[in-house]
Design a protein around this ligand. Structure first.
Ligand SMILES: Nc1nc2c(c(=O)[nH]1)N[C@H]1C(S)=C(S)[C@@H](COP(=O)(O)OP(=O)(O)OC[C@H]3O[C@@H](n4cnc5c(=O)[nH]c(N)nc54)[C@H](O)[C@@H]3O)O[C@H]1N2
Ligand SMILES: Nc1nc2c(c(=O)[nH]1)N[C@H]1C(S)=C(S)[C@@H](COP(=O)(O)OP(=O)(O)OC[C@H]3O[C@@H](n4cnc5c(=O)[nH]c(N)nc54)[C@H](O)[C@@H]3O)O[C@H]1N2
Ligand code: SF4
Ligand SMILES: [Mo]
Length: 765
């Protein structure tokens, strides 16, 4: 592969103008509000911004397109239920500027590939369908019909349906997602990789095996009643800002917060509630009662140390474990205890990098309480032993009986606003056979019973020319996936790549031999169809399904809803050979919800209940101690300590989000809470590690990752000294995805291990 080609796949390696300050010690508050308003004002007009901020997350309003944190069932603030990043997410979508054929006749795909992700995003909303024909370098307009026909021609020309891959990002609503998977299954494949494969897949795997449901068990009310909330491997101040309000309320009610993170994230330390005018004046609340500066991937070691001490205390005093719960509801306790006893407390604590003093503070809180909630996100799921991380947390909750009771349980905090709902309605390359049975009996075709490709498998198959068509419903595949250069080549090997998108991104520029951009409506926009204005629905991180309805006029009259796009593609692909009347769904989304009700359990009376202002809860066995596992009980598991070792010059690197991005969408170049301004090409390092390598603050370095003898390189990053454990370092995603080895992923879940990359850092000469 030529160097030039490489460069077109990754963000340009140029610097802006790095400025650093001491990291913030408080989150949200007035600065959060001003930052959000500045952002809104820069890209939207004021009346639009105001209208949106009052309707966001309100009963009957639209669901925030940001993260999947739930809305309070009652007491919603009249100022709007939103946060700084929610406002940024809608400002990004509801931009004034649009781009169409004139923009693309001016700039070739190669020119655009030299733009930064920030610049690509700021170019405006995609306003008309576009095609990149074979051998050409400029996108041109295409009619919707011709676009659908082109997709259909490619799909129908394949030797076998498994030569196509259908990716989903997690913003897609239940209605669009259900139809999409139905179309894919009728087409004949299970190739439905999704962003979840890179996100909470490990949580789903671990929780299904241990508790019989791949989702969390708590509700917002539980947060208000918990005695202890452990926030581990998660940065809520940036990524789930309104979670801080729940933590604040928990503390007001006497709860304690333990934060376990290699970085002292501002949101974990102190928070000023922007919805509370009094707090804005008085300066906010401290959040974490105990902060645990753990080494990257030291979590199993730390939790094991905790389990060992708890066992010791239980054997001494007999009042630490919930023996009645263990007896009635769990399986495998004795074997678990024998396995645990093979580990040594001091070794575990040493491996976690945590001091005895901090350990004791955590131990005290856990041993003396039993209403415990554990929240986690990507800091636990993106490691080779990610499934072990989560199973070990479940072991802890089971010992304490902290599951299926008030104020206690599991809380995997989901990322994209409907990533959980997409899985519920069938976006799953490994869907359960019972679900496929119901599809077969409702629609009369035989869905493929084989497991399809997950993200990593899809990339390999494309690279090996086993896949010819890539279709993406939302997302930015090429920037989100690991091993950018390999994956970019995989994309280029396809005959056709199609993206249903709202905004321009790198995946529109690293294409197959032909490419289509199909522009769609966003969450904030009204969706007019034959039967009138449509509502759609989403499921949040706590299993509540609620409606969402846009309030702005669409930014262009050439957009289609995702539902209409899926119906159009299906109709063109199947023609007369289907029994399903594909076009009727787009005229009236009630029909889609009727079908979801018929196929997916928990959706009884969907069309009525979706109008309930606070939505409705889906059934959740773990919440009521019905564990639908193979043993019929909650299962204890054995989890080994990770066994990677660093060479003398090596560091372990995590790829994280700045405060100014939503995944691959870059809102701005600041990471205010971490004191970094105007630059993303940085590497956070421990000052002692810098001295050992003779690296100065802001020095330019190259980073090399080392995996099973293969070296991957990312060039031109500036060093920023930071309060991070020794031998650990951090960079931003997606700039360093080029360093994440495709073959380094979580066992069984296949989540790329993008939080534990072994690297060396060298001064650029
Ligand atoms: N504003 C905004 N909101 C978002 C997103 C966004 O990009 N921007 N993305 C959305 C999505 S899709 C997701 S999945 C979530 C992501 O939400 P997070 O998981 O909070 O996001 P990351 O930045 O990946 O942060 C991971 C955190 O884990 C810590 N960490 C890393 N490695 C380890 C480890 O080995 N052990 C421990 N204990 N901690 C570790 C990091 O220091 C960091 O604080 O946010 C969602 N919400
Ligand atoms: N190194 C590293 N890699 C990671 C991660 C990490 O922490 N580190 N995190 C992983 C995680 S958790 C995730 S979830 C993935 C994210 O992977 P993706 O979901 O694929 O990526 P996003 O950046 O969220 O997608 C943004 C694009 O979605 C489109 N879009 C936005 N809104 C809509 C809409 O309403 N409809 C449609 N059709 N399109 C829309 C826009 O065109 C936008 O450019 O990345 C993963 N990759
Ligand atoms: S916490 Fe998440 S869902 Fe709520 S307003 Fe903020 S970004 Fe939106
Ligand atoms: Mo995610």
């Amino acid at each position: 592969m030529s160097k030039l080609q490489n460069k077109k796949m990754i963000p340009p390696e140029v610097f802006s103008n790095l400025k650093t300050k001491s990291p913030a010690t408080n989150s949200a508050g007035l600065k959060g509000i001003t930052s959000a308003l500045n952002h809104a004002q820069r890209y939207m007009n004021w009346s639009k911004a105001l209208k949106l901020s009052f309707k966001i997350n309100q009963k009957g309003g639209f669901d925030c397109p940001g993260c999947a944190w739930p809305d309070p069932d009652d007491e919603r603030s009249v100022f709007g239920e939103y946060c700084e990043n929610g406002i940024k997410a809608i400002a990004e979508e509801a931009q004034n500027k649009t781009i169409g054929h004139q923009f693309f006749s001016k700039y070739s795909v190669n020119e655009l590939a030299d733009w930064s992700d920030f610049e690509l995003g700021k170019s405006g909303r995609l306003a008309e369908p576009l095609v990149l024909e074979k051998g050409t370098k400029h996108y041109k307009p295409i009619s919707w019909n011709d676009a659908f026909e082109k997709v259909a021609r490619h799909l129908n020309g394949l030797n076998n349906p498994d030569e196509a891959v259908f990716y989903t990002s997690g913003r897609t609503t239940n209605e669009a997602a259900f139809l999409y998977q139905l179309f894919v299954r009728e087409f004949g494949t299970s190739n439905l990789p999704d962003c979840s494969n890179m996100c909470h897949e490990a949580s789903g795997k671990a929780l299904n095996e241990t508790l019989g449901i791949g989702k969390g068990s708590v509700t917002l009310e539980d947060f208000y009643k918990a005695e202890v909330v452990m926030v581990i491997g998660q940065n809520p101040g940036t990524n789930h800002p309104r979670m801080l309000s729940a933590l604040e309320k928990c503390k007001r009610n006497g709860g304690k917060i333990i934060a376990i993170n290699p970085l002292p994230e501002a949101g974990l330390l102190k928070f000023t509630n922007p919805q509370n005018p009094m707090k804005m004046v008085t300066g906010g609340s401290a959040i974490a009662d105990v902060f645990v500066p753990i080494t990257i991937n030291g979590d199993v070691a730390f939790i094991k140390a905790l389990l060992l001490k708890l066992l010791e205390e239980e054997e001494r005093l007999g009042n630490v474990f919930d023996k009645a719960f263990i007896e009635t509801y769990t399986h495998g306790y004795d074997a678990f205890v024998s396995d645990l006893k093979t580990y040594n407390f001091n070794d575990c604590l040493r491996q976690s990098g945590v001091s005895k003093e901090v350990f004791d503070a955590v131990f005290h809180l856990i041993s003396s309480n039993d209403k415990i909630i554990i929240c986690w996100a990507m800091g636990l799921t993106q490691h080779e032993n990610a499934v072990d991380n989560i199973r070990e947390l479940v072991n802890l909750l089971l010992l304490k009986g902290s599951i299926g009771k008030e104020g206690a349980g599991t809380c995997p905090v989901r990322g994209h606003s409907n990533v959980q709902g997409d899985r519920t309605v069938g976006i799953w390359e490994a869907a359960p056979q019972a679900f496929l049975d119901r599809i077969e009996s409702k629609y009369g075709f035989k869905p493929s019973r084989n497991h399809g490709y997950s993200v990593i498998e899809a990339i390999k198959a494309m690279y090996q020319n086993k896949v010819k068509v890539f279709f993406g419903l939302g997302g930015n595949f090429i920037s989100a996936v690991p091993d950018t250069l390999y994956s970019g080549q995989a994309m280029r090997n396809c005959d056709l790549t199609v993206h249903v998108s709202t905004k321009l991104n790198r995946s529109h520029l690293v294409t197959g031999k032909e490419a289509l951009i199909l522009p769609c409506l966003g969450r904030t926009e009204k969706d007019y169809q034959k039967s009138g204005e449509q509502i759609q629905s989403v499921e949040n991180s706590m299993g509540i399904v609620s409606s969402t309805k846009g309030i702005l006029e669409p930014c262009s009259d050439k957009l289609m809803s995702e539902v209409a796009v899926v119906c159009g593609v299906a109709h063109a692909t199947f023609g007369e050979r289907t029994k399903i009347n594909w076009l009727q769904y787009k005229d009236n989304y009630n029909l889609v919800r009727d079908d979801i009700e018929a196929v997916v359990s928990g959706f009884e009376d969907y069309n009525n209940r979706v109008n309930n202002p606070t939505g409705f809860y889906l059934p959740n066995g773990a919440r009521v101690r019905q564990f639908k596992t193979k043993t019929g009980k909650a299962n204890f598991t054995f989890n080994k300590l990770p066994n990677w070792k660093l060479g003398a010059r090596e560091l372990i690197m995590m790829t994280i989000r700045s405060h100014d991005q939503f995944n691959t969408t870059i809102y701005g170049l600041n990471d205010r809470y971490r004191g970094v301004f105007n630059e993303r090409r940085i590497i956070f390092m421990n000052p002692e590690d810098m001295v050992e390598r003779q690296l100065a603050e802001k020095q330019i370095v190259h980073i090399k990752s080392h995996y099973k003898g293969t070296v991957r390189e990312a060039h031109n990053f500036k060093v920023v000294g930071y309060d991070i454990p020794k031998k650990c370092c951090a960079t931003y995603f997606p700039e360093t995805n080029v360093l994440v080895p495709l073959d380094s992923f979580a066992h069984t879940a296949k989540t790329p291990a993008s939080k534990s990359i072994i690297v060396t850092v060298e001064a650029a000469l």
